[in-house]
Design a binder for this molecule. Structure first.
Ligand code: ATP
Ligand code: MG
Length: 323
C-alpha cells in the first residue's frame, strides 16, 4: 500500500509525534511503499526565522532516521523540494469552498483565541490535501488531530474526481488505539506550539526536569485514584509492558503513593526506550553528508511520483502541458 505522512519542523519532535505518528511510519515501511516528509512549507506559517527553519528541517530528518526510518525501505524528503505539490495545491484551491476551510480547527482555534491568522494557515488543509494526493497515497498514518484534515482531503479529491473524471486516489487515515492523542505536561494534547512537550531527544537531565514538572491533582496521597483518565498514567502506559501497567494501575487504585514515584518510573522507562535511537542520533550528527544524500535521493523519488499525478490532474482539468 502507498503510505504518506509528514511532520512539521516547528520545533523538536516529542513523545506525541512518536507514539501518534512516527511509530506507525516505522511499522508500515516493512510491507508498504512509504513516503515521509518534513513539512517545511507548513512550518513557514509559524517559524519565521530562516536559520531556525533550516536547522529544524535537518534535525527532523536526523530524528526520523535515528528512530528507525530506513531510506532503503521508504522515501524521506523535504516538502519544499517537490514543487509539483504547490502547483497541485493551487489546482485544488480553485474548487475548495471557503466554508469548508472556515470549519477547520487549526484556523478556527487561532481565530477563537483572537489571534491574527494568515492565508497560509487558512489554506493549510488544501496544501495538506495536495501533499497526500500528489503521491496517490492510500493510507495516511497520523495522530487524532489530523483526522479532520484528511476528511477535507477526501472531500476535495471526491469533488475533483466527480467534476473532471477519475484522477485522485481517495486516501484513508490510520490512527493507533494507544497514542492517537498523547497528553502533554499540562494534560492537554502534547503539541510543539503549546510549550507542553516532552522531547524525544535532547539533554536527559533537562527532560527529567520537564517530567518532574508534569501537573498532577492535589488529592491526598492516601486516596485511591482511578488510573484511567490520569495523564501521568497515560504517559507511563506508552513505555511500560503490560505487567508493569497492571501493577501501576493497582498501585493507583490502592492509593498511598506519591506522584513523584510515578514520574521517576516514567523518566526511567522513557530513557531506556529511546536509548538506542539516542545513540544513532549522535552518530548521524557526525555524518551530515549522509543525511543530505538521503534527502536528495528522497526528493528525486518523490518528484517522480508527484509529477505523474500532477500531469494527470492538469490534463483532466484542461491545463494542457503544451499546445
Ligand atoms: P505543531 O504544534 O507545530 O502543529 P505538533 O506537535 O502538532 O506541532 P505536527 O508536526 O503538527 O506536531 O504533527 C506531526 C504528527 O504527529 C501528526 O501526524 C500529528 O497528528 C501527530 N501528533 C502531534 N501531536 C500529537 C499528540 N499529542 N498525540 C498523538 N499524535 C500527535
Ligand atoms: Mg500539529
Amino acid at each position: 500500500m502507498r503510505c504518506l505522512s509528514g511532520i512539521q519542523p516547528t520545533g523538536r519532535p516529542h513523545w506525541g509525534n512518536y507514539f501518534g505518528a512516527i511509530r506507525q511510519y516505522i511499522d508500515l515501511q516493512e510491507d508498504n511503499e512509504g513516503f515521509y516528509f518534513i513539512a517545511n512549507l507548513h512550518a513557514l506559517t509559524t517559524v519565521r526565522q530562516a536559520d531556525a527553519l533550516c536547522e529544524n528541517t535537518i534535525n527532523a530528518a536526523m530524528d526520523l532516521l535515528a528512530l528507525g526510518l530506513d531510506p532503503k525501505k521508504a522515501t524521506l524528503f523535504v516538502q519544499s523540494q517537490v514543487p509539483e505539490v504547490s502547483e497541485l495545491c493551487w489546482i485544488l484551491m480553485t474548487g475548495t469552498p471557503m466554508g469548508l476551510l472556515e470549519r477547520c480547527h487549526a484556523y478556527k482555534d487561532k481565530k477563537a483565541k483572537g489571534l491574527a491568522a494568515d492565508a497560509g494557515l487558512f489554506n493549510y488543509p488544501v496544501l495538506m490535501a495536495a501533499d497526500i494526493l500528489a503521491y496517490d497515497s492510500q493510507l495516511v498514518p497520523v495522530g487524532q488531530d489530523q483526522i479532520q484534515h484528511i476528511e477535507v482531503t477526501r472531500d476535495l479529491a471526491q469533488a475533483f474526481n466527480h467534476h473532471f473524471g477519475e484522477t485522485f486516489v481517495i486516501p484513508k487515515a490510520q490512527t493507533l488505539v494507544h497514542g492517537a492523542k498523547v497528553p502533554g505536561t499540562d494534560g492537554e494534547k502534547m503539541s510543539k506550539s503549546y510549550d507542553n512537550t516532552l522531547p524525544l531527544f535532547g539533554e536527559v537531565k533537562k527532560i527529567r526536569k520537564q517530567i518532574m514538572r508534569i501537573t498532577t491533582d492535589s488529592r491526598p496521597m492516601e486516596d485511591a485514584k482511578e488510573p484511567e483518565g490520569d495523564h501521568l498514567f497515560q504517559l507511563f502506559q506508552l513505555f511500560a509492558k503490560q505487567d508493569q501497567i497492571d501493577e501501576m494501575a493497582a498501585m493507583y487504585r490502592r492509593g498511598g503513593f506519591g506522584y513523584g514515584e510515578v514520574k521517576k518510573a516514567v523518566a526511567e522507562a522513557s530513557e531506556a526506550y529511546f536509548a538506542d535511537a539516542r545513540q544513532r542520533r549522535a552518530e548521524l550528527e557526525s555524518n551530515l553528508d549522509y543525511v543530505h544524500e538521503v534527502l536528495r535521493d528522497g526528493a528525486r523519488r518523490a518528484r517522480e511520483a508527484a509529477a505523474l499525478v500532477l500531469s494527470r490532474a492538469k490534463k483532466n482539468c484542461g491545463l494542457q502541458e503544451s499546445v
